[in-house]
Design a protein around this ligand. Structure first.
Ligand code: DC
Length: 204
């Protein structure tokens, strides 16, 4: 038996920060599932593949490997926006979900556990996860946090980019962002990083 900690929520709510904290605390590796979708988006941008062409995207999705995740350019919000568009296709989700699941199980077997964050970790990737956390924060707070994070890295973020992405991620037909019935919700709007992390740890 391995422990799987599944963390879902919209962009900028604090999933990554909480996941990294728990990873340090519990000594379980952390997998950012959004990176798989960003890596595909990056390939689609480079190859000029239209975002609605599922057939062409399938080949690119098959080619996504762990090496593709190590790329600072994936952090750009423009890549995230494309990721949100190319991730609506059911077959693309199936291909990338299989890659995430097998990688997670491979590393969990070595470490006794794994932490994943994304949009559908608790509902689709690992519906039987040991602990499920749903991280939220109000839209203004999330926009502000993402803006600060991007400015620190010298990157740009378009006004309203986050809410456009959230709407798409929540309304797509295949595995939309939603809270699993057995997930614990943490609203980080008025919490400091330390408070949010402590609360997350209290559910484990
Ligand atoms: O977590 P992130 O911001 O890196 O995710 C980028 C996009 O990838 C997100 O807007 C939608 C998609 N995504 C997804 O559909 N399912 C996941 N488990 C993770 C990300």
């Amino acid at each position: 038996m391995v422990d799987v900690i599944a963390i879902d929520g919209p962009a900028g709510a604090g999933k990554g920060t909480i996941a990294k904290f728990l990873s340090q605390k519990l000594k379980f590796p952390y997998i950012d599932t959004g990176l798989f979708y960003r890596a595909l988006a990056f390939k689609a941008l480079g190859a000029h593949v239209p975002y609605d062409n599922e057939v062409m995207l399938i080949d690119l999705a098959e080619s996504v490997g762990l090496d593709d995740l190590e790329n600072d350019l994936l952090r750009d919000e423009s890549v995230a926006s494309v990721a949100s568009q190319t991730s609506v296709h059911p077959r693309i989700r199936e291909i990338l979900t299989n890659k995430m699941r097998s990688e997670a199980l491979r590393i969990a077997e070595k470490s006794g556990g794994v932490i994943l964050d994304g949009r559908d970790v608790s509902t689709v990737i690992f519906p039987n996860a040991t602990t499920k956390l749903f991280i939220i924060a109000d839209e203004n707070t999330r926009e502000q946090r993402r803006l600060q994070e991007m400015q620190k890295k010298g990157l740009m973020v378009k006004d309203g980019a986050l809410s456009e992405r959230d709407k798409r991620d929540q309304s797509r037909k295949t595995s939309p962002l939603k809270k699993a019935a057995d997930a614990h919700t943490i609203d980080t709007t008025y919490l400091s990083i330390e408070e949010a992390c402590a609360k997350a740890l209290s559910f484990i």
